[in-house]
Design a binder for this molecule. Structure first.
Ligand SMILES: *Cc1c(COP(=O)(O)O)cnc(C)c1O
Length: 432
């Protein structure tokens, strides 16, 4: 399978190069040249397939011949070493819990899949790649855990000082080995800008191969489509149409859901639920895409002012807004509404939602008001423990600390403080 750049000014390339490059030379996102629906038999028998088999069959066409089938199956199996339970919260409302992986955020699947692909591509080579990634919280931990000890890969993570939770900081500063954390005196957007500058800096890229592990990378973005197939499998016997509500920031996760739909998975609606960072809800209303600086919220993994994957969603519908509107909608919620919902859900059903999941729940409930025959799934993208302060202060309950988190709590944080792009540049040149 080849991938083309959405800027259309770079050559098409195979899966392997798309993964290693991260972004096309013309700065466009890579997009698959074709999307062939899976056979009807796949959906007819999906309840008899295990997660590995479902995921393998779904991703195979995009990987093409770059990874032999047996190796790909192993990669998929190693990636999916945890559960994806679909939990009933109330009538017609289900939570798809994506947080049972090593860092307890849904980004584990994409990070683990990408790490294993890079490891495969590096198996017979002494070439080194540096994964350079900016994080507002969860990406850093998932990438650090996914890439720990992977041969031929160094990971450099930039995070904004004082803007990630203590647990998140520990997840990216305590692993050591091939993982380095850079603490940036600034906000997330500064981290992101520094990473972008490094990719464009030939002084660095001439001597050090850089790639991205943000959801712009196809190996991180695409495997997220598995979640939707797992939910479909679990709900299929109900014989109802399914709406998915996805707490969205960079719109990679929901875009992967729509990709699952393009592969033939029946779905009634995809709802992108956002916090007050509402560039896409506004776009759906006005047709104008106006990126702005991100605002800080209690669902901070979605504090994105310029959602990079939305261009892929538009491409899936040939940039036709009215076609997109038939399957996709987007709504925005304040922190107050989010807290109120966390309380209501907890009081009504005992279910503890993290702030991101609560935003997803809100979007779903608003949609279902007019759709009583549809069954709804919201994606629970992080374990409540990852946003412990908000959850405890809102619900006044204790949250059990799972073993994955216990393991990092007492480890020593190791990080390098940087202030400017020049600091990042010196670091990358000195350690190459
Ligand atoms: C990254 C993240 C999101 C947003 O996902 P996108 O693919 O960027 O839209 C939502 N919730 C949590 C907990 C996250 O870590």
């Amino acid at each position: 399978m080849n991938f083309y750049s959405l800027h259309h000014k770079a050559p098409n390339t195979n899966f392997k190069n798309a993964v290693i490059n991260g972004i096309a030379p013309d700065r466009g996102l890579y997009f698959p040249e074709s999307i062939t629906p899976l056979p009807d038999s796949f959906f007819n028998e999906i309840e008899h397939l295990d997660n590995t088999e479902i995921a393998f069959r779904a991703i195979k066409q995009f990987v093409g011949n770059d990874i032999p089938e047996n190796d790909l199956k192993t990669i998929v199996e190693d990636t999916l070493q945890f559960h994806f339970p679909l939990v009933k919260v109330e009538k017609n409302v289900y939570s798809l819990e994506l947080y049972h992986g090593p860092t307890m955020a849904f980004k584990d699947v994409g990070a683990r899949f990408m790490a294993r692909c890079l490891q495969y591509f590096n198996r017979n080579s002494d070439d080194k790649v540096t994964v350079l990634v900016a994080t507002s919280g969860d990406t850093g931990g998932a990438v650090a855990s996914g890439f720990l000890g992977v041969k031929g890969v160094d990971v450099v993570i930039l995070y904004p000082k004082g803007k990630v939770s203590d647990i998140q900081e520990r997840q990216l500063t305590t692993l050591g080995q091939n993982i380095t954390a850079l603490e940036v005196d600034g906000v997330f957007d500064d981290c992101q800008d520094m990473v972008k500058s490094a990719f464009l800096d030939t002084g660095i890229t001439d001597s050090r191969k850089l790639t991205s592990a943000n959801s712009i990378n196809v190996a991180r973005w695409m495997p997220q489509l598995f979640y939707y197939l797992f939910a479909y499998k679990a709900l299929k016997s109900k014989g109802k149409e399914i709406a998915f509500s996805v707490p969205s920031g960079n719109f990679g996760n929901i875009c992967a859901g729509i990709l699952a739909h393009k592969l033939g998975m029946p779905a009634k609606q995809f709802i992108a639920s956002t916090n007050v960072n509402d560039v896409i809800p506004k776009f759906m209303e006005t047709g104008n895409f106006n990126p702005v600086a991100s605002k800080q919220t209690i669902s901070n993994a979605m504090d994105v002012g310029n959602p990079s994957n939305f261009v892929r969603i538009q491409e899936l519908y040939d940039n036709d807004l009215s076609a997109l509107k038939e399957i996709f909608s987007s709504t925005s919620y304040t922190d107050d509404a989010t807290r109120k919902t966390m309380k209501e859900v907890y009081n009504k059903s005992g279910y503890v939602a993290d702030p991101h999941g609560a935003v997803g729940y809100l979007g779903l409930k608003d949609y279902l008001k007019n759709e009583p025959e549809t069954v709804g799934v919201f994606l629970e993208t992080a374990h409540p423990v990852k946003f412990l302060d908000v959850v405890q202060n809102t619900l006044h309950i204790d949250v059990d600390i799972p073993s994955q988190i216990q393991a990092v709590l007492n480890k020593k944080k190791t990080k390098i403080a940087i202030k400017s792009y020049d600091d990042l540049r010196s670091y990358l040149l000195q350690t190459r």
